[in-house]
Design a protein around this ligand. Structure first.
Ligand code: DC
Length: 212
């Protein structure tokens, strides 16, 4: 059983998905962490994120393990390193390449086929798991998303806002796995709504749909 939670950067996907998974006893899948692992590996090995052939070859060969909040790249804990701003920027750039996406989507499908998952990302409800039992599309105003991110990362608000705009643009205009709500997704605007309320709403939806 899969609950798909998609939406733009800073909409609250990770916080909400992680908590919904805990409440329902499902496993949490942070698909963005996988693109971030590829980005970290690319930066470390001096592979240019704009080079589809080199990056996709790299993406296919990596050992990425997600275990609850722990993220391991080739056996190393990279939970903090993948949140660095330069990794964020590189992940956004390399996630436009169809070959990179194919490699990540195949891994994500293998993970979710056995078990109950709350999976979050950009294309879970549209590409990774179009048959998900419940699809939620989280949004929030640009300013609120930038404010949340800047509180998390301690980067200046204006800088985060500019970066979020650039990521939104790349996420929504790429040809493969573009950020968009699935037709059967429930859209929730989280602007000004505390995370606990959003979690409650998603859990209620899961119960209404017989998912949980
Ligand atoms: O959700 P996040 O910020 O951790 O995602 C990091 C990058 O990965 C983001 O720029 C978009 C990309 N991504 C994606 O293309 N598809 C996903 N399912 C998840 C993330």
């Amino acid at each position: 059983m899969v609950i798909a939670i998609d939406g733009p950067a800073g909409a609250g996907k990770s916080t909400v998905a992680r908590e919904v998974a805990r409440v329902l006893g499902f496993t949490f899948l942070d698909s963005g962490a996988m693109y971030r692992c590829v980005a970290l590996a690319a930066l470390e090995r001096r592979v240019e994120p704009g080079e589809p052939a080199a990056v996709s070859e790299l993406a296919r060969g990596l050992d990425i393990e997600l275990e609850g909040p722990v993220v391991r790249l080739d056996g190393r804990d990279v939970g903090e390193a993948i949140r660095e701003p330069e990794v964020t920027a590189a992940a956004s750039r390399l996630s436009v390449h169809p070959e990179v996406r194919e490699a990540m989507v195949a891994r994500q499908r293998r993970m979710i086929e056995s078990g109950d998952y709350v999976a979050e990302g950009r294309d879970i409800g549209t590409v990774v798991s179009p048959d998900a039992a419940l699809k939620v599309f989280l949004t929030a105003s640009e300013e609120e998303r930038a404010r949340r991110r800047s509180q998390q990362t301690k980067e200046p608000f204006e800088q985060v806002l500019t970066a979020i705009r650039a990521r939104d643009e790349r996420d929504s205009t790429r040809r493969h796995g573009a950020l968009r709500a699935a037709e059967d997704a429930v859209e929730l605007d989280t602007t000004g709504v505390p995370a606990e309320e959003v979690v409650e709403r998603v859990v209620d939806l899961a119960i209404e749909r017989g998912v949980a």
